[in-house]
Write a protein that binds this ligand. Structure first.
Ligand SMILES: O=c1[nH]c(=O)c2[nH]c(=O)[nH]c2[nH]1
Length: 302
């Protein structure tokens, strides 16, 4: 019987890198969480404990911090590309690298009616994400970039319906033409080029998502998600695919009748679980192959 080593990768997860730009009295901040994973021929490390081809996870971590200084973090996509290319291009045993980044947004504190130069308040907003994969060396090198966001919590108090659904003997859900719709959205979009103004495209796509959520008279969360993906693809021809995942944060009209009170969709129980989970991929029909773009390292084995 032979035993063989299957898929493997290794790296440093969740480096919390905070980069301050302090060249002028008005400082700037980038607050990120970076994970790296290297793929290649690391068989000897597994079978014989031979580390000669292993660039330690500690070195990967140190590189993440050093690159924050040396290369800067103009955007998480640019910084992730620099890191991934460095590991693949500069180390012979490494033939693939995956960099996953989350960015936490801060806004300037307002003190005496003015934006403060070096104090921020963490934005309770969404987290921006980037997943970068580089494979192969030299001419044939391939690169995949996925931009995205998570924890974008949105709610609309009307403009959402759900009716005409399949019913059986277990159906108790009442149809509605006017309900609260709320979700904490995860969205990821796959670029077909790296020639992108990363800092401009992110707010533009987020705006499409928010506009669509607000303005579509929604017959279901499924329809809203599809419209978000479709509009992004129709607006940007260099995006091939959009993946969306949306928990339906149910808002149930609370029964106030025991207190002799009317509840005309004014008081709700925002239930945290269970939640409907609606997920969809929207793709251009001529989209180039996704290859390993969606393969997530950190979610891989939990
Ligand atoms: O937007 C919705 N989609 C569903 O599939 C669904 N199912 C359900 O019970 N409520 C909802 N809402």
């Amino acid at each position: 019987m032979g035993i063989i080593l299957g898929e493997n990768q290794y790296g440093k997860a969740e480096n919390r890198v905070v980069r301050i730009y302090r060249e002028t009295p008005r400082h700037e901040i980038k607050d990120i969480n970076v994970g790296s994973a290297l793929r290649g021929d690391f068989t000897a490390a597994h079978t014989d404990g031979d580390q000669r081809k292993v660039l330690p996870t500690d070195t990967q971590k140190q590189t993440a911090y050093a690159y924050a200084k040396e290369k800067g973090i103009a955007s998480i996509e640019q910084y992730g590309l620099e890191l991934a290319r460095h590991f693949v291009d500069d180390y012979e045993p490494v033939d693939g690298a995956r960099i996953e980044i989350e960015e936490y947004a801060w806004e300037r504190a307002v003190v005496d009616g003015k934006e403060h130069d070096h104090t921020w308040v963490r934005k309770g907003q969404e987290v921006r994400t980037a997943d970068i994969t580089v494979e192969g060396k030299g001419e044939g090198q391939k690169t995949w970039v996925i931009g995205g966001l998570k924890d974008l919590v949105v709610l609309k108090s009307t403009g959402s319906e759900f009716h005409d659904f399949l019913e059986d003997e277990y159906t108790i859900l009442q149809p509605t033409t006017d309900r609260v719709m709320s979700t904490s959205l995860v969205a990821k979009w796959r670029f077909t080029t790296t020639d992108v103004d990363w800092e401009a495209i992110y707010p533009a796509i987020k705006q499409i998502i928010v506009d669509t959520f607000a303005t579509v008279q929604s017959l279901a969360l499924q329809q809203t998600l599809y419209q978000m993906g479709k509009t992004i693809l129709e607006t940007y021809d260099f995006i091939a695919e959009v993946k969306l995942s949306a928990p339906n944060i149910h808002h149930f009209v609370y029964d106030l009748s025991p207190f002799g009170l009317e509840n005309n969709k004014e008081v709700f129980n925002a239930d945290d679980r269970p939640y409907g989970l609606i997920q969809a991929t929207v793709t251009r029909d001529d989209a180039p192959d996704a290859g390993p773009a969606w393969t997530q390292q950190m979610a891989w084995l939990g």
